[in-house]
Design a protein around this ligand. Structure first.
Ligand code: CAA
Length: 260
């Protein structure tokens, strides 16, 4: 399918999703969010895709935020609806089976930082910049930033970023645990693809159940989360890939996973 503001490519078992509005630094308007939702549905339905890399086009920005020109004249109801649209699309990323890696190649501000935070893994280019500058616009973060940032980096650092709107560089983002690794701009996409392929090589059900246990468990109390973990651990024993993985280990050979 063709999208106006998005590119969806397939590279073996890895999908590459690129937000493609470079003239607006890939800012998210409602059309782009709706396209992102449709593209995610296409990925979810394609069981040959085992991992996703999400990035931005143009070399300058991952995503520079929600679209300020669209939001400028919103009333309260339109603001709430826009936030709910962002919430629904970003939650889809967390709840979809395939892991999503954000390859942050430039500005990840406001809704862009929030989009990255909804991904399972974040890696960044040296030139990446992060922040929640909404307060400089008279807004609060509205696509999950007030909730995901404290969960990722703790309430103290999150509060400072959300109250000041300060922009931080990739090294600082690494230091506070917002990104896992920092690469040169030239290496970033290849490193993201390497990571995605490494994930795609593992037993798919085990990877997907691990994601589910993380995403569902993080919002539960420890006892309920462990009960869920026991359930997904049990489920892996109903897969052929579990038999293959354990047998291959004992037979000292490389496993061949077939996704069953
Ligand atoms: N929305 C709409 N358009 C945007 C945009 C955004 N978030 N960010 C950049 N653009 C547009 C600019 O208006 C400009 O368009 P024109 O060429 O038509 O004038 C184009 O992209 C290039 O941007 P700049 O000329 O500003 O580029 P720069 O290199 O001088 O600055 C920047 C880059 C620091 C990222 C700057 O563009 C900027 O500060 N952008 C806004 C960042 C921001 O505040 N994001 C948060 C938005 S609010 C939000 O996201 C709410 C939420 O949580 C839901």
């Amino acid at each position: 399918m063709e999208y106006a503001n998005l590119l969806l490519e397939k590279n073996d078992s890895v999908a590459i999703l690129t937000v493609n509005r470079p003239k607006a630094l890939n800012a998210l308007n409602s059309d782009t969010l709706s396209e992102l939702s449709s593209a995610l549905d296409a990925v979810i339905q394609d069981s040959a895709i085992k991992a996703v890399v999400l990035t931005g086009s143009g070399g300058k920005a991952f995503v520079a935020g929600a679209d300020i020109s669209q939001m400028k004249d919103f009333n309260s109801l339109q603001g709430r609806r826009f936030a709910q649209l962002g919430h629904a699309v970003f939650r889809k990323i967390e709840l979809m089976p395939q892991p999503v890696i954000a390859a942050i190649n430039g500005f990840a501000l406001g809704g862009g930082c929030e989009l990255a935070m909804a991904c399972d893994i974040r890696i960044a280019a040296e030139n990446a910049k992060f922040g929640q500058p909404e307060v400089t616009l008279g807004l609060t973060a509205g696509f999950g930033g007030t909730q995901r940032l404290p969960r990722l980096v703790g309430t103290g650092i999150a509060s400072e970023l959300l109250f000041t709107g300060d922009i931080i560089d990739a090294q600082e983002a690494y230091r506070i645990g917002l990104v896992n690794k920092v690469y040169t701009s030239e290496a970033l996409l290849e490193e993201a693809l390497k990571l995605a392929r490494r994930i795609a090589d593992r037993a798919p059900a085990a990877v997907q159940l691990s994601k589910s246990a993380i995403q569902r468990g993080i919002n539960l109390d420890l006892d309920s989360a462990q009960a869920y973990e026991a359930e997904v651990f049990g489920l892996t024993f109903s897969t052929q890939d579990q038999t293959e993985g354990c047998s291959a280990f004992l037979e000292k050979r490389k496993p061949v996973f077939e996704g069953r």
